[in-house]
Design a protein around this ligand. Structure first.
Ligand code: CAA
Length: 261
């Protein structure tokens, strides 16, 4: 691949958008390669993904402005769909995804981070939806996911003013969960991923699905979604082992890794 690297460390997969000359901006090739990378993740082995950007300056500086500059209306809509389809694949990917935001997260960069389950960032991170300054709307889910994450009022303010915000403000409004010095960001992302990976994988996946699917419907339907996914965990080897381990009162017991079955 030209612009995406994928590494496996234990049960954690690390996807890096690697186009530093353009501050990791998302052109069509990046989007296609990201789509193919997700398709190739071995979901039997991997239990958590981390998404980050190459270099120490930018996570993703947005969709590629040069590529977009000559698009027709129809091509613009198709480019929006191309990004939306990949970001939705990321959002609904069965495994949890942590965005490790190591710098600029502007436009499509902020949008891709919002398609991840959890966002943590460096002290140097900058967030924003600068699109209206370029004559367009946010087009890779920003108008939808920012409002859901930080509330409609704050999302409208950020989007209409096109104002960039620093890491501290992103933390205050709930856009990110934590801020770390840049050199501690990836170690912290890996530590969190390892903490997720050690838990029962079917249960973790079902939690993601329950939260995502439940947020899209009213509470009466949402709790039914939860009941189904809760029930699905029973009779798995991991459920049997996890509960037997708790109930076993022997003193020198050692917890075995969950098996994903
Ligand atoms: N698209 C294409 N190229 C980009 C880019 C982008 N989004 N962001 C940066 N680059 C390129 C620059 O053109 C420059 O290329 P050259 O070296 O060939 O000139 C290179 O990356 C380095 O960028 P700068 O010289 O501008 O670096 P800087 O440190 O001075 O500024 C920055 C950094 C503030 C992030 C600035 O690059 C910037 O404002 N980038 C654009 C941010 C933006 O508007 N993003 C939203 C895009 S629209 C969108 O994403 C739509 C959507 O929702 C789908």
């Amino acid at each position: 691949m030209e612009f995406i690297t994928y590494e496996v460390e234990g049960q954690v997969g690390i996807i890096t958008i690697n186009r530093p000359k353009a501050l990791n901006a998302l052109n069509s090739t990046v989007l296609e390669e990201l789509d193919a990378t997700l398709d190739a993740v071995d979901q039997n082995e991997i239990r958590c993904l981390i998404l980050t950007g190459a270099g120490d300056k930018s996570f993703v500086a947005g969709a590629d402005i040069a590529e977009m500059s000559t698009l027709t209306k129809a091509e613009g809509e198709a480019f929006g769909k191309k990004g939306n389809d990949v970001f939705r694949k990321l959002e609904t990917f069965p495994l949890p995804v942590i965005a490790a935001i190591n710098g600029f997260a502007l436009g499509g960069g902020c949008e891709i981070s919002m398609s991840c389950d959890i966002r943590i960032c460096s002290e140097t991170a900058v967030f924003g939806q600068p699109e209206v300054g370029l004559g367009i709307t946010p087009g890779f889910g920003g108008t939808q996911r920012l409002a859901r994450l930080v509330g409609a009022g704050m999302a409208k303010q950020l989007i209409y003013t096109a104002r960039n915000i620093k890491a501290e403000e992103a933390l205050r409004i709930g856009l990110v969960n934590a801020i770390y010095p840049l050199d501690e960001l990836m170690p912290q992302a890996k530590k969190m991923a390892a903490g997720i990976a050690k838990n029962a994988p079917i249960a973790v996946r079902n939690c993601k699905k329950a939260i995502n699917d439940g947020l899209e419907v009213d509470m009466d339907k949402a709790i039914v979604i939860e009941e189904k996914l809760f029930g699905d965990c029973f009779e798995t080897e991991d459920q049997k082992y996890g509960m037997e381990f708790f109930l076993d009162k022997s003193k020198d017991k050692v917890k075995e890794p969950f098996k994903n079955c």
